[in-house]
Design a protein around this ligand. Sequence first.
Ligand code: CAA
Length: 384
Amino acid sequence: MNFNLSEEHLLIRDTARSFAQKELMPGVIERDNNQQFPSDGVKKMAELGFLGMMTSPNYKGGGMDTISYVLAIEEISKCDASAAVIMSVNNSLVCWGLEEYGTDKQKTKYLTKLASGELLGAFCLSEPEAGSDATSQKTTAIDMGDHYLLNGTKNWITNGSSASIYLVMAQTDVSKGHKGINCFIVEKEMMGFQVGKKEDKLGIRGSDTHSIMLTDVKVPKENRIGEDGFGFKFAMKTLSGGRIGIAAQALGIASGAFELSAKYATERRSFNKKIGEHQAIAFKLADMATKIEAARHLVLKAAWLKDNNQPYSKESAMAKLYASEVAMDVTIEAVQIHGGYGFVKEYHVERFMRDAKITQIYEGTSEIQRIVISRDILSQAEIY
Ligand code: CAA
């Protein structure tokens, strides 16, 4: 067993770190206040190859592994978790899914533009009445011969207005249940496609989250991903990888808040000493660091399994479950350590605390991760 990162991994981590500090940290408070999309940062992420990190160079991707991807996401989340989710959705929910299951034509037409960052992608599974219960899709796709006709509403879509290409899950044959669901590549410019209201969110306010309305959208048959009825499995398989990205985002949020707290504990004084010299604060830092390290191991293990073609759905769920809970715990403690300063925007930790919450919700709530983990355990119970 080797816990060392390779020279290449260290280089990617350091590149992401200096990019995030130089390009994303300035203005992050204002973007959070104003719900402003980090357009310049996203453009630069595209130039650095961060929007299609794991996509093959044949489709203008970086050809990197999942370990590189999680290292970059962690560093970016330490400065701007909104930029990290924009990157995560494009990389793992859109580019990875297209490369793994798309046709050559779909990859040439769409993936090259998405992986190079020329266009952004979005993943549209959730609906007003289908969040955790993702098989209950109400969006319909009627087979019209050479095309499908899509109708319905999607909710809480990351990159909702900034994307140009949307992977949309829809029910083609309700009598088949989840086996009647398909996934379609939908272009923003298609007639009947409409970006709905922008959500005013608690956290990750720099990312644009919208509802999407589809009214008689004519989608060519060649834009369906995989065989007829593959859409739900496509969504599940894609989310298994996506959850590694969100786990890395949660890890970055926790690490960012922790680093600020450790520094603050060596600067702020009370009762004639640095606050870090009070055991009450020192022990908080010890607990925070231990939890972060444990989360990091789960995230890297899930990424390593994926890179080594081993099953990783349970491990990605574990990584997301644990890292998101650590992000919440650590950021609450970070605010506490900062006291009154922690409650004001200038010190960043209140933003980290607000940003942490969504990591327990999107790409499957903590409760859904427990379903995924426990089903896997019980299906293997005879080996214990
Ligand atoms: N890989 C491959 N197949 C899978 C799978 C996986 N990881 N998980 C489930 N499946 C398959 C099952 O094998 C089953 O297929 P068969 O019938 O052929 O055996 C099929 O999918 C249905 O599975 P279940 O019977 O387990 O379905 P369920 O209704 O009990 O739901 C669930 C399972 C895990 C709860 C699922 O509904 C789920 O993950 N829900 C959460 C959805 C979610 O994460 N939404 C996030 C929205 S996207 C987002 O947030 C993006 C963003 O913008 C940031």
